[in-house]
Design a protein around this ligand. Structure first.
Ligand code: MG
Length: 374
């Protein structure tokens, strides 16, 4: 594997290592081991029942955080291979990037962040790191999954300088204003490609946005036009899918070409040189403008759709109710979290709520607030 990757790639043999020393893995690389640990984690399985945009019970065909993460990994890996980056590290970061998400998507995170304001707030990137560093309990010798520095660096996508100061080596780049590895940069952009495109698909499928509306978005329109030119009679789902697959292809190809050019121009000879360089994984300015326009369209027409807003209001209510109930009466927490609450009560409550799936949060809310339920 190392022979395939370039000097600017994060080669497993040059890892900065794990927080707790372990013997090297046999028959797989350090990053393969990270990827495998992520897939076997409890937090990864819970992604199946966590909202991306649509709450889990709204339909079986919409993306969840699990299928979203798989799509991110697929897009990121295929680009990693072409750029001669480490595919396993890219995949590990992509699969882990959303592990810290609360139930009910961004609404859940915003609600929990407000509840936690007096105690440093709640931030899903930091929580993803907390899941892999601390909250998973699977190994005899350490808390968390004990992942490599490079995977953890990729998981911590954003972080305030204030938080970064408390994080030791992993927070340094936010203080020094440096970039992470190319594998981490790639997983981040693949996240955007995945959700912009699957949210178009889910938006159309749900009926919350229409083809007519999308025809006003240049990136969508020009790919729909190409599709209809080749297949004038095409309509419905097939037209949507043929358009979306062309959009994904354009974005992936543009990202690949622009990033390859950037890498050639800066010619970083090591991951440390990558960290000191500007962001090298990027779209061309033209395609970036188009994909930002699609993003704005989705924000205005899908994420702020009144039907999404109605669900978000209920979701917010559930998170706030749960937080207040546990904060007022910590004995309502399950024993494991009561134990944690002895050291830091608000954080233990946030960890418990953040770990919930959508349906578990709804069930727990009924258990605490509905007299007729048990
Ligand atoms: Mg994501």
């Amino acid at each position: 594997m190392p022979e395939r990757s370039a000097p600017y790639a994060a080669a497993p043999a040059r890892t900065q290592g794990r927080r707790h020393a372990e013997p090297p893995p046999r028959g797989r690389s350090e990053y393969q081991r990270d990827r495998d640990r992520i897939i076997h984690s409890t937090a990864f399985r819970r992604l199946e029942y966590k909202t991306q945009v649509f709450v889990n019970h709204e339909g079986d065909l919409f993306r969840t955080r699990l299928t979203h993460s798989l799509e991110v990994a697929q897009i990121a890996r295929s680009i990693a291979r072409r750029l001669k980056l480490d595919e396993d590290l890219t995949e590990a970061i992509a699969l882990a990037h959303d592990l810290g998400h609360t139930p009910f998507g961004h609404t859940g995170q915003d609600a929990l962040n407000e509840c936690m304001k007096p105690w440093g707030g709640f931030e899903h990137n930091l929580q993803s790191l907390r899941v892999v560093d601390l909250l998973e309990q699977r190994y005899a010798e350490f808390d968390g999954l004990n992942l490599t520095f490079e995977t953890r660096e990729g998981i911590l996508k954003h972080c305030s300088v204030k938080h970064a100061r408390q994080l030791g080596d992993i927070g340094q780049r936010f203080i020094r204003k440096q970039r992470p590895s190319l594998e981490a940069q790639l997983a981040n952009v693949a996240d955007e490609i995945a959700y912009n495109n699957h949210d178009v698909d889910d938006g159309l499928r749900s009926g919350l946005v229409t083809l007519e509306q999308l025809a006003e978005v240049r990136l969508f329109k020009r790919h729909m036009d190409v599709t209809l030119k080749a297949y004038p009679a095409l309509s419905g789902r097939r037209l949507t899918h043929e358009t979306i697959r062309r959009m994904i292809d354009t974005l992936v190809t543009d990202l690949l070409d622009t990033s390859a050019q950037n890498i050639r121009r800066h010619a970083p000879g090591s991951v440390d040189e990558v960290r000191a360089a500007p962001a090298l994984i990027a779209f061309s300015p033209e395609v970036n403008e188009e994909q930002l326009a699609l993003k704005r369209f989705l924000r205005d027409n899908l994420y702020r759709h009144y039907r999404v807003a109605r669900m978000s209001r209920k979701a917010r209510r559930i998170v706030v109710d749960l937080f207040e109930a546990f904060a007022g009466e910590p004995r309502l927490l399950p024993p494991e979290f009561q134990h944690r609450a002895a050291a830091d009560q608000p954080r233990a409550i946030a960890d418990y709520i953040a770990g919930m799936t959508d349906r578990y949060a709804m069930l727990e809310h009924r258990r605490l607030f509905a007299m007729e339920e048990t």
